[in-house]
Design a protein around this ligand. Structure first.
Ligand code: GCU
Length: 660
């Protein structure tokens, strides 16, 4: 590894020479006329390596679309799916060919990434295409420059209620995103408040157009979050009722105006009737009526609606044991299956709650059979340590993708990707911090999201190793990947036990507060008493398990079969319940919290041992975060263990220190 730069993420400079035969080909680049951008990207990517040898007669690199290269040069490159590519390397030629222009760009980036990992050799033929058409980042940026749930500095796009950005930084961001296949990006918070309501007015649209132009060459189409009540909030109509023809006409006109500025806008993200955001319910209308009205306005422009399913009662009474927030998305949207226009996509959080550390996969993915949807995950670490604690999220995403919904054949989530599930969308984790993500190792989460959206069958270890190699070089890669891969299970251990969820400081969502959401109007209770903890979600309880396919429900509903990481999510369990390892639930709570904390200590030791083999700047910044994480893990351990000790009066069998 040479000069390391946190800013360059997985696109580091490397002085290593490219193998000679390949370097000779790369010295002469030829591209179809309309593929000049991809050629420039390749050229600038190659400048990160040692200078190339002089051109040699008869050796060259071709870039173009598959159809064009086959026709012009008599090649036999196999056709790919949209946005796919082929890389072929012979001893006289390097060919990077895209099914389309986007595919070519992705081919160029993959070529560069493989080259950086010394994986480009003569004879290689690699073909690949994305699993889903929509691979999107949602920014939760506010126009005042703050970022909701942002832990990496202020907004890349806004400040003081204006667009305000460094164009070079935007280009660098776009390049990072396109290198991992991201092709959609919504720029503003789903809670569309204050000046953000004006993004769809001519006061802001010319600036939106300029921003879109920076992303466009990278095959990234912008999207915006809109406020459902805009016609009313902008003072133009007395209502936002989706069935009022004046409202529908207003949206058509407004959408036409937006597309005059941004002709390739990808569409609208909508948070409606959710956490006090306005929506069709206010007018006695349903989600399908609301979404379809917007879809009709977008349709002529090729735009799409991403309608979020994060709809639940956030004014509930903890005394009422029948209301179950986990049921909400299914209860609202399953009955509407088949009623949405074909350019509406239901955007469903991966779990029934809200990006919790251990929650099952939402039953909606399996249950919807006539509606297109997207799965939403969070790269920003709202509940997973605020980019202070290390938490490698691809570890959990791969488990989510492997979940078998149990509906029909090929029913695992990864198998539904590209059919019913048309995309993966993530709340972004970048901000103006020099290293983009606050914690430098959190760059791996952004990288991993893109790679999994492209190919949901990748495993977490592959992603960790690839990222660590690209970012820190071969030598340190295995050790860093090892730490990353252990980090999620460790975080799970010192967090809320066995699927409880939400034992966090309210609003902030960092650090333990066992009863923080216990008597709250937002819901999500564990109801711990002296004997037991957890919610019975079987038929005898809230009935949530019945939202899954019968064979899946049967597993979750049986405490003996239910995966233990979700035990308390699905069941109310006595502390003396004996778990699979022969120990009681209570002893397992104590053990996991001691272990989780000890494991953070081990991460820190492993990191300290890397001194000298990675750049000092990243070594120091990660060390500081790990020290803070250790404090945090200790706090979790002691607060949780003390809470249960005080409730039960039962001591730890190993006699470790629990405060009373
Ligand atoms: C969570 C998060 C909010 C966010 C919401 C959403 O509740 O804490 O900040 O607005 O999710 O996804 O809409």
């Amino acid at each position: 590894m040479n000069e390391y730069s946190e800013y360059k993420c997985w696109m580091q400079e490397r002085k290593a020479a490219i193998p000679n035969t390949i370097a000779l080909c790369l010295a002469t680049l030829c591209a179809d006329q309309d593929c000049v951008f991809a050629m420039d990207e390749l050229r600038s990517g190659l400048s990160r390596f040692a200078p190339l040898a002089k051109a040699a007669a008869g050796k060259l690199t071709f870039l173009g679309t598959i159809a064009h290269l086959n026709a012009e040069h008599g090649l036999d490159l196999p056709a790919q799916k949209p946005e796919g590519f082929v890389i072929r390397v012979t001893d006289v030629m390097v060919i990077i060919a895209g099914q389309d222009k986007a595919g070519l760009l992705y081919g160029v980036h993959r070529f560069l990434m493989l080259l950086a990992q010394d994986k480009i050799t003569v004879g290689i033929e690699a073909a690949d295409a994305p699993s889903v058409p929509i691979r999107m980042i949602n920014h939760w940026d506010n126009c005042d420059g703050t970022v909701e749930r942002g832990y990496a500095g202020r907004s890349l796009f806004f400040d003081k209620d204006r667009f305000d950005y460094d164009p070079q930084r935007i280009i660098d961001y776009a390049r990072l995103l396109s290198s991992i296949g991201i092709n959609r990006l919504s720029i503003n918070n789903v809670n569309v408040r204050a000046a953000a309501k004006l993004l769809i007015t001519e006061e802001y649209l010319p600036e939106l157009a300029k921003l879109a132009a920076l992303f466009r060459p990278f095959n990234i189409r912008l999207a915006i979050s809109i406020n459902f009540a805009a016609p009313y909030l902008l003072g133009e109509l007395a209502t936002a009722d989706p069935l009022d023809p004046a409202v529908a006409a207003w949206w058509c006109e407004r959408t036409n105006l937006i597309y005059r500025y941004v002709p390739d806008l990808a569409g609208f993200v909508v948070k409606a009737d959710s956490e006090y955001e306005p929506g069709p319910f206010q007018y006695g209308r349903g989600h399908a009526e609301g979404a379809n009205m917007l879809a009709a306005a977008l349709k002529p422009h090729g735009g799409q609606v991403w309608w979020r399913c994060f709809v639940y009662n956030c004014t509930q009474d903890w005394r009422n044991t029948k209301i179950d927030r986990a049921r909400a998305a299914f209860d609202h949207f399953k009955p509407l299956d088949g009623q949405f226009a074909d350019n509406v996509f239901l955007q469903i959080k991966h779990g029934p709650y809200d990006f919790q550390v251990s929650e099952p996969v939402s039953p909606l993915f399996g249950a919807l059979s006539e509606t297109r949807c997207l799965m939403e995950v969070q790269i920003t670490q709202e509940y997973t340590g605020h980019q202070i604690d290390l938490c490698f999220l691809p570890w959990i995403w791969t488990k989510i993708l492997h979940f078998d919904t149990g509906y029909g054949e090929h029913s695992r989530i990864e198998e539904l990707m590209g059919t019913r599930i048309q995309g993966l969308v993530a709340v972004g984790n970048v901000g103006l911090d020099r290293n983009w993500t606050g914690h430098t190792l959190a760059q791996a989460n952004l990288y991993g999201f893109g790679r999994l959206a492209w190919n949901p069958s990748l495993c977490a270890a592959e992603i960790a190793e690839e990222w660590a190699h690209l970012s820190f070089g071969r030598e340190a890669a295995a050790e860093i990947a090892g730490i990353l891969l252990a980090s999620y299970p460790t975080y799970q251990k010192y967090n809320a036990p066995f699927g409880v969820c939400f034992m966090v400081e309210p609003k902030l969502h960092y650090g333990p507060n066992v009863e923080g959401y216990e008597f709250s109007r937002w819901g999500t209770y564990h109801r711990a008493d002296r004997q037991a903890i957890g919610i019975d979600r079987t038929e005898c309880g809230t009935g949530y398990t019945a939202q899954y396919a019968p064979q899946v429900a049967a597993i979750f509903a049986d405490p003996a079969l239910c995966p233990e990481e979700f035990l308390l999510f699905f069941h109310r369990v006595r502390y003396d319940f004996v778990m699979k390892n022969g120990k009681t639930l209570l002893q397992n709570i104590y053990d996991t919290h001691f272990e989780g904390c000890d494991e953070v200590q081990v991460f820190l030791k492993r990191w300290l041992a890397l001194k000298g083999s990675i750049a000092e700047s990243v070594y120091e910044s990660v060390k500081a975060r790990m020290e803070k994480q250790l404090e945090n893990a200790r706090q979790w351990r002691d607060v949780i263990n003390t809470y249960f000790y005080r409730h039960t009066g039962i001591a730890d069998q190993s006699g470790r220190k629990i405060y009373d």
